[in-house]
Design a protein around this ligand. Structure first.
Ligand SMILES: Cc1cc2nc3c(=O)[nH]c(=O)nc-3n(C[C@H](O)[C@H](O)[C@H](O)COP(=O)(O)O)c2cc1C
Length: 209
């Protein structure tokens, strides 16, 4: 089993990375492999609604040039996900949102019904608004949201400060153990024939009346 942890921060080894590392290390203790993927340094453009991903089923129109399609392939093979962001103006950071718009539009099937969590790092405020924003991607896509003993955030302006946020790091560890438990339950369930349900999609009613 493998979990992908996406770091939306431009700081490769900053605060968000510190929190993700705590999750990754705890997953390893639970026998689950994981990989931290540095998203925040890649100049991902936003979705331009060209619809090419839906027409071709081959990923995003810009996916070859910025590496998006390679990441989409990785998602198909992964069992769980963590999306991590620094808080920017009480929201997730823009690069991560550009990536997630494209990932969920072009690759919803690669993610659906796989457990996932969102975490954030802030100096001071905007954390719950950021988590609300990020978790909406999961909850429109049939993904079990992995939670912890508090809303999953750390506080700090530097990795050293995050290391002092002992409760924040403990929350990340608890989140990882919950993720590991859920992944093992899903795997055991599959082994005895308990498969994810087939979603019904008979209706698409836009708000036109
Ligand atoms: C453009 C920008 C906007 C920010 N906005 C906020 C904010 O609204 N609230 C907050 O507490 N910290 C804010 N910060 C601070 C970062 O969220 C904080 O330092 C975070 O832990 C950095 O994580 P990183 O090292 O992974 O990038 C902002 C930082 C930047 C660069």
């Amino acid at each position: 089993m493998n979990v992908l942890l996406f770091n939306g921060s431009p700081h490769k080894t900053g605060c968000t990375y510190t929190a993700l590392t705590q999750i990754s290390n705890t997953l390893a203790e639970e026998g689950i492999a994981s990989e931290i993927i540095q998203i925040g340094s890649i100049p991902f453009r936003g979705c331009i609604a060209c619809g090419s991903c839906k027409k071709t089923g081959n990923g995003c129109a810009f996916g070859k040039e910025d590496g998006f399609n390679t990441l989409l392939t990785k998602c198909r093979d992964a069992d769980g996900f963590v999306f991590g962001s620094p808080v920017y103006y009480a929201s997730a950071n823009g690069t991560l949102i550009s990536f997630m718009d494209r990932l969920f539009y072009a690759g919803s099937k690669a993610l659906a019904q796989k457990p996932a969590a969102c975490i954030c790092s802030a100096r001071r405020a905007g954390t719950t608004a950021t988590l609300d924003e990020l978790q909406k991607y999961l909850t429109i896509n049939q993904m079990p949201v992995v939670s912890s003993t508090y809303w999953p955030m750390v506080h700090g302006n530097s990795p050293q400060e995050v290391q002092q946020d002992l409760e924040g790091l403990e929350i990340m560890g608890n989140l990882a153990r919950n993720m590991a438990w859920l992944l093992k339950c899903i795997e055991q369930g599959k082994a005895v024939g308990i498969l994810p349900p087939q979603a019904q999609r008979h209706h698409t009613t836009n708000f036109i009346r």
